[in-house]
Design a protein around this ligand. Structure first.
Ligand SMILES: Cc1ncc(COP(=O)(O)O)c(C=O)c1O
Length: 373
């Protein structure tokens, strides 16, 4: 495949595209990043490091020892089962490049975080989308059916709690999916970047039921530090080894100051995650008390995305409706179609930003769901 063909289908992330051409005074409920404070343990560790560092060296490809030690403590794994990456996005890229064969198929959910399809296409593969359950949860039956019908599957991707729906996965379903992937010899990649932001009850990791699955995580959501660009992939050393070489070729290692701050965050996970969960619950409370709640109650099990069904009067032309909401209503949400065909009649509303932005943004959004404008 030529270089031009490989990138031909790539565009700006559809999550960011909605902002291009938006009115200057529009409120964004589009981007998925925490709007609460960068935790003080990270700020203090960065300040201390800046005070004392005489050199700012590359550091090992495997990550600075403080970070790998913190991750060994957090995951309970050995260092060789952990790959430190420049955000989970770079981890995802490295895994796709290492394991997806050109001409093969990658199984992804419908709806799904758009990067899964992008990375499959970049690796020369096509995607097969499998449906999720009625509450947007992982349903092993659907996934296994799709996997059995694939002629050349090279990777199975699950995302839970899911972006964009907040749909969850039970340990039972994870176990069935992991077992089936093992039987077929197809690697399973589980994107769990929102797992720590649970709402009613802790969400299981596929690590609890499988020692062959690959798991993606990062400090971006739960630890409120997306700008650090630090993530990690866990899994069998044999599957990580080729991905490490790809990550080294592209990034060498994440930025050293970022790793210092990430190490402090992970070492203080208990208090940092408790605060983040409280912040996320406060945002869902804003939604519950907004007029929009009459039209759609919370369906997410974790994270800060509200998967909102469009009103009936938007059905004829969802894109035109979402652009009117943006240009006349002055509020940005992401069209559900950005996440796959199953999102055609939805929008993703990010509750992640600041509380006052959310409050104002939902007030602007509600009238469009209350009556035909
Ligand atoms: C489901 C999911 N996975 C991965 C990522 C990438 O996050 P990061 O590279 O900041 O870890 C995101 C970012 O929004 C996401 O929503």
């Amino acid at each position: 495949m030529s270089a031009a063909a490989r990138v031909a289908g790539l565009t700006t992330s559809p999550i960011r595209a909605i902002a291009s051409g938006a009115p200057a005074d529009a409120i964004s409920l589009a981007l998925g990043e925490p709007g609460w404070d960068f935790p003080s343990v990270a700020r203090e560790s960065l300040a201390a490091w800046t005070e004392t560092a005489q050199h700012c060296t590359y550091g090992p490809n495997t990550g600075i020892p403080e970070l790998t030690t913190a991750l060994v403590g957090y995951t309970g794994l050995d260092a060789e089962q952990i790959m430190v990456t420049a955000g989970s996005q770079a981890g995802m890229f490295a895994i796709f490049q290492a394991h997806v064969e050109p001409g093969s198929q990658v199984l992804i959910p419908d709806p799904a975080f758009p990067a899964y399809e992008t990375l499959a296409v970049l690796a020369g593969a096509t995607v097969i989308r499998y449906p999720v359950g009625a509450a947007h949860e992982l349903d092993a039956n659907f996934l296994i059916d799709a996997l059995n019908s694939a002629s050349r599957p090279s990777l199975v991707v699950i995302g839970h709690p899911a972006n964009p729906t907040g749909g969850a996965a039970s340990a039972h379903m994870l176990n069935r999916v992991a077992g089936h992937c093992d039987q077929l010899g197809v690697p399973l990649l589980s994107d769990e970047v929102y797992r720590e932001l649970w709402l009613d009850q802790p969400q299981p990791s596929v690590r609890e039921v499988s020692n062959t699955a690959l798991v993606l995580e990062s400090v971006s959501k739960g630890w409120a530090a997306p700008g650090l660009r630090v993530g990690w992939v866990t899994g069998p050393a044999t599957l990580l080894a080729p991905a490490r070489l790809i990550h080294n070729a592209m990034n060498t290692a994440p930025a050293r100051p970022s790793q210092v701050a990430a190490a402090a965050l992970i070492s203080h996970s208990a208090e940092v995650l408790t605060e983040s969960r409280a912040q996320v619950r406060a945002r869902w409370d804003v939604l519950a008390n907004s007029p929009l709640a009459q039209h759609s109650a919370r369906n997410a099990q974790a994270g800060f995305y509200h998967w909102l069904e469009l009103p009936p009067w938007a059905d004829a032309d969802p894109s035109a409706f979402i652009l009117r909401v943006r240009d006349e209503g002055k509020v940005l949400v992401v069209p559900g179609s950005a996440f796959g065909p199953a999102g055609q009649h939805y929008v993703r509303v990010s509750l992640g930003g600041s509380l006052h932005t959310l409050y104002d943004g939902l007030a602007r959004l509600a009238p469009w769901w209350e009556r035909q404008c």
